[in-house]
Design a protein around this ligand. Structure first.
Ligand code: FES
Length: 121
């Protein structure tokens, strides 16, 4: 077995051009082909025991979101900015049916109804 020297790169990938990513396959942002496909499926985004009554920042398919659990045991996954003036909901107060903005008090309902089978501890 011989080792390649710095001049002899035969058998190695050092001289190969860097491959370009096929954005149709790897882009998962909103509006991309991959992103629109993947948004049709459930994804594990957190461990259920880590989601409590304090909002948690999560990044799902390139989107920053806020995840929380209401006192009724329902999970919420919402856009992190208040729809009133755009302050962060990360400091919001979690209530029975959603999260209340800490600035002017607008209320955002939790977005998703998560099936019980998906949140077993
Ligand atoms: S910015 Fe959230 S209620 Fe005004």
């Amino acid at each position: 077995m011989s080792r390649a020297t710095s001049e002899d790169h035969s058998g190695s990938a050092y001289d190969l051009a860097t491959p370009e990513a096929d954005l149709d396959l790897v882009a998962v942002g909103k509006g991309t082909r991959g992103g629109e496909l993947l948004r049709r499926y459930w994804h594990p985004i957190a461990v259920v025991n880590e989601v409590k009554d304090v909002p948690v920042s999560v990044r799902v398919l390139g989107e920053d979101l806020i995840l929380f659990k209401t006192p009724r045991g329902e999970f919420g996954l919402v856009y992190p900015r208040c729809c009133h003036r755009g302050t962060t909901l990360y400091n919001g107060k979690i209530e029975d049916r959603g999260i209340r903005c800490c600035y002017h008090g607008w209320f955002v309902r939790h977005r998703w109804q998560v099936p019980r089978s998906a949140v077993r501890a």
